[in-house]
Design a protein around this ligand. Structure first.
Ligand code: UDP
Ligand code: MG
Length: 248
């Protein structure tokens, strides 16, 4: 496909998801074709230790719009998203997990809501995860919103539709994916939420538990206080400089 014409990029971070990739792409591609706009799917292999990268390579023969980006070392979901963003050619980027927990049939609704906003974040209406995970997420969302003075319902749901130009102003750090809606709002972008379907993970394992989310998440929250005060919201800056030029 001619890269210039791509309108939509789907970015999928992948870490040890060998059994999920075939069924996911078999489900995703008919939905993307139905949208009737040029698209690409970028699977970012975050240095998987299973056959994920080979499976993606094999699937590239079936799906010509599929691209593989590979990390040399495991860098985490945020870094995988960021690599996908920098490789993407579409003006709109969809992010989704590789584990079949997100339902590709929600994509048209995400894109519809993006018509009046800069970012649309999925909220898992009925979450198909363990009770421990649900309770810890509920506490983490509350704490995050309290510290950042935001109202993000489900920061852990990375099924989102995003305007590519807005992503250019977002700092990349390990854990960024959970703060993406808040970071976009800090920059002055319009962020909305819609309910999405959520399905149980059948193959492979979740990469997150309480241990690798809690302490790091708390530290990140305090970094957000600093960032909120110091960030330079690009859109307002450009508007102000246009107004200044006009007045001058
Ligand atoms: N992932 C990744 N690198 C990592 C950890 C996770 O690319 O170091 C990917 C993973 O393969 C999945 C997505 O990030 O596609 C979300 O991970 P997971 O499903 O384990 O998170 P959960 O849904 O349990 O919060
Ligand atoms: Mg998952």
């Amino acid at each position: 496909m001619n890269g210039e014409s791509v309108k939509l990029s789907v970015v999928i971070p992948v870490y040890n998801e060998e059994e999920n990739l075939g069924p996911l792409l078999d489900e995703l591609f008919p939905i993307l074709r139905g949208l009737e706009r040029p698209f690409e799917v970028i699977c970012v292999d975050d240095a998987s230790t299973d056959r994920s990268a080979n499976v993606i390579k094999e699937l590239c023969d079936t799906y010509k719009e599929l691209r593989l980006v590979r990390h040399g070392v495991n860098c985490g979901e945020s870094a995988a998203e960021a690599s996908g963003f920098s490789q993407s050619r579409g003006e709109v980027v969809i992010t989704m997990d590789a584990d079949l927990q997100n339902d590709p049939s929600d994509i048209p609704s995400l894109l519809k809501a993006l018509e009046d906003s800069d970012a649309v974040c999925g909220v898992r209406a009925i979450r198909e995860d363990s009770w421990l995970k649900r309770v810890s997420s509920w506490i983490a969302n509350g704490f995050r919103n309290w510290i950042t003075n935001d109202k993000v319902s489900d920061a852990g749901c990375t099924f989102r539709a995003l305007r590519k130009n807005a992503l250019a102003e977002i700092p990349v750090f390990n854990g960024m994916h959970r703060f993406l809606p808040t970071l976009l709002r800090f920059q002055g972008y319009r962020v909305v939420e819609i309910e999405v379907n959520h399905r149980p993970r059948i193959h492979g394992q979740s990469k997150y538990g309480i241990g690798n989310r809690m302490f790091r998440g708390i530290v990140d929250c305090f970094a957000m206080i600093w960032w909120r005060r110091r960030c330079v919201p690009g859109d307002r800056l450009r508007k102000d400089s246009r107004e200044a030029a006009h007045q001058g």
